[in-house]
Design a protein around this ligand. Structure first.
Ligand SMILES: Nc1nc2c(ncn2[C@@H]2O[C@H](COP(=O)(O)OP(=O)(O)O)[C@@H](O)[C@H]2O)c(=O)[nH]1
Ligand SMILES: [Mg+2]
Length: 348
């Protein structure tokens, strides 16, 4: 099963390492920072907690995300930024940390960051264009030349989009086109989640409209403050939070927002041995779901027994779900919904 990987990115000093520690609990190590430091964080899910209480299993496993803390970009050395962004190519998505403690223009920061990402992708595509153009000049079989020409046309279309400041996702690429560029791991094709590392000054203030226009899913991330609050006694914390007009900590909500922003959902498997939340891409079918558990389960997929979390919670047991007609049998093309409780039947 592929583990979710998300890169914490942004300009140097925006608070990536602070956010990294807030989310994962791991201490940032400057020695590791250069190549990226990894830390894991569970995605808190009250539904899984509820299921776990119900089944009292030996083991409960939440979905989790591996975060990669990165050195970040330098406004002063832009030519080096494509290389710095290179360590993010394996990530499923980019978590852009914006400096919300001593910089005002959050929308401007995000815009500048996106320009660097476009530029890094353009560099990769341009290099490939040169290579294919060279190949086309060499004597080669006609069939190969045709393929090269097709690739070149596609690459030029992508380069034009990037130069115009647009992600290739706006081009409506066909499946085979998308496949042929998959190996470039373009950053502009990855989901992006913007986090505003808020300092005390900004607390309680809504995020600016011009930022939300660029990134409707942008979230506040008062990383430093919440880590400090966590150190206090319960009593002091309550008093302090009342002073600041805070109703609660947002970390768990931000973790769920990141997970969903990476275009992931979960389905659950339940039982006395284990209750588990399995991450999978939104909009994918039951076979993809099965493949998260085991490739054999996907290969031999026969059908899935499905009950939605809401139905299960209402009727209280799998047995009741069957008698109430909310326990469904679904085939290969069934599109999995967030919170589905599934049992997959396989011939292997
Ligand atoms: N005042 C204030 N300082 C912060 C806040 N978040 C981070 N910092 C400080 O800003 C500096 C850069 O933060 P860091 O997380 O290392 O940034 P990175 O370069 O993006 O990893 C550090 O000295 C942090 O202590 C904040 O919310 N408020
Ligand atoms: Mg750092």
């Amino acid at each position: 099963m592929a583990l979710m990987k998300a890169g914490l990115v942004g300009f140097s000093g925006s608070g990536k390492s602070t956010v990294f520690q807030w989310l994962t609990g791991a201490k940032p190590d400057p020695a590791k920072a250069l190549h990226g430091q990894t830390g894991n964080a569970k995605v808190p899910d009250p539904r899984l907690d509820w299921l776990s209480q119900k089944f009292n299993p030996k083991k409960t496993t939440a979905a989790s995300i591996d975060f990669l803390d990165t050195p970040g970009l330098l406004a002063s050395e832009r030519q080096d930024n494509p290389r710095r962004l290179g360590i993010l190519r394996e990530s499923h998505g980019l978590i852009v940390v914006l400096n919300g403690f001593n910089e005002e223009d959050l929308a401007g920061q995000l815009t500048r960051f996106r320009e660097e990402v476009l530029f890094a992708d353009l560099e990769i595509i341009s290099n490939r264009i040169r290579k294919v153009e060279d190949n086309l000049k060499k004597p080669r079989p006609v069939k190969q030349k045709e393929l090269d020409q097709l690739e070149l046309d596609l690459l030029k279309k992508i380069a034009a989009a990037l130069e115009a400041g647009q992600s290739p996702s706006t081009l409506g690429l066909k499946d085979d086109e998308e496949k042929s560029i998959r190996s470039f791991q373009l950053l502009t094709l990855k989901p992006e989640v913007a986090l505003v590392n808020q300092g005390e000054e900004l607390l309680g203030k809504p995020l600016p409209e011009n930022l939300l226009a660029l990134s409707p899913g942008a979230m506040r991330a008062p990383a430093k403050l919440e880590m400090e609050l966590a150190e206090l006694s319960e009593e002091d914390r309550q008093a302090f939070m009342a002073d600041l007009g805070l109703s609660g900590m947002v970390r768990d909500e931000v973790m769920r927002g990141i997970f969903s922003g990476l275009d992931q959902l979960v389905f659950f498997t339940v039982g006395e041995d284990e209750c588990r939340a399995w991450p999978m891409p939104k909009g994918a079918d039951a076979v993809v779901g099965a493949s998260q558990i085991h490739t054999d389960l996907a290969k031999g997929f026969v059908r899935a027994e499905v009950v939605s979390y809401a139905d299960f919670q209402r009727v209280g047991s799998l047995k009741e779900a069957k008698t109430h007609g909310v326990y469904r049998l679904e085939g290969k093309t069934y599109i999995v919904h967030d919170g589905d409780i599934m049992h997959i039947l396989s011939s292997t």
